[in-house]
Design a protein around this ligand. Structure first.
Ligand code: API
Length: 282
């Protein structure tokens, strides 16, 4: 089959975007793996599929597949690229768009400067939401917030929370020397995370600035992770290390994350860039 797609990135986290608003999405897992392969296909971290909204409350539905073909719950950088795509493709004349993901309804706003602000919804700390098996573990409380020692990870302690997708975030002294590529996969596949997990490594630079690297579930280390940035800032605020508005320095660019605590939504603002349109035989 011939597939038309648009290649995009949000702070270097890159995507193949497919418009399935006119005909249903029908790629097989194998076709998605090939599409996502950086040598045998187009190459991307995630595949984003745009579908019509399922009810009057949502303008669109947007599905996210890691480049392994696994469908996942949320993608923050992808949400910004989704807005850029539907506006540029004239699929909507709105600039404030409601979109459904697998388990959240998001409100997205295209700013006049071209950046996109996403209401990412509230963080969820219940372990069942990740899921995370904490049995037999004793957390260390920092500012009343639980940090969990992960057994054999040389004393690494992680904050665990969901932004719709699961995250395990730890504070490190220096992201450049942090064991992202060695410890990241061990956390990603740790037995205590039955659905695996995105592993974040956060360096606190100031109360309003962090550096972040994320070893993503399935995709490995990406240049930026939007939900990972949200999870890291929420954990840093709960631990008392950060204030309510934080600039997140990722290897692919800057994201701004704001959270007022409690059940309030996490707001993420950042870039969304189209690289090229293409067509591929799959
Ligand atoms: N790898 C993630 C999905 C993509 C998240 C990331 N690209 C973002 O911007 O939030 C997961 O399996 O939960």
């Amino acid at each position: 089959m011939r597939l038309r797609f648009t290649k995009m990135h949000g702070a270097g986290n890159d995507f193949v975007v497919i418009d399935a608003t006119r005909e249903p999405f029908s790629l097989t897992r194998e076709q998605m793996r090939r599409l996502g392969d950086r040598r045998f296909g187009v190459g991307c971290d995630q595949i984003l599929v745009i579908e019509p909204g399922s009810d009057a409350g949502a303008d669109f539905r947007y599905r996210i597949f890691n480049n392994t073909g696994d469908e996942v719950e949320h993608c923050g950088n992808g949400a910004r690229c989704f807005v850029r795509f539907v506006v540029d493709a004239a699929l909507t004349d709105k600039r404030e768009i409601r979109v459904d993901t697998m388990n959240r309804r998001l409100l997205l706003k295209l700013q006049d400067d071209g950046r996109v602000t996403v209401d990412m919804g509230a963080p969820v700390f219940e372990h069942a939401a990740l899921p995370f098996d904490a049995s037999g573990l004793k957390p260390r409380l920092v500012n009343g917030f639980e940090l969990w020692p992960l057994d054999e990870l040389q004393g690494a302690e992680v904050a665990v929370l969901s932004m719709g997708n699961p995250h395990a975030v730890q504070r490190v002294d220096d992201v450049e020397t942090a064991p992202v590529l060695t410890q990241g996969p061990l956390i990603e596949r740790h037995a205590r995370f039955a659905k695996r997990v995105n592993a974040g490594f956060m360096q606190v630079l100031a109360r309003d600035r962090i550096a972040l690297r994320v070893y993503e579930r399935d995709a490995g280390e990406t240049l930026a992770c939007g939900t990972g940035a949200c999870a890291a800032v929420v954990a840093g605020i709960r631990a008392g290390w950060l204030d309510g508005a934080v600039e997140v320095q990722t290897r692919g660019g800057l994201l701004k994350i704001e959270w007022a605590g409690g059940q309030s939504p996490v707001l993420m603002t950042g870039p969304a860039t189209k690289v090229f349109d293409g067509e591929i035989a799959l």
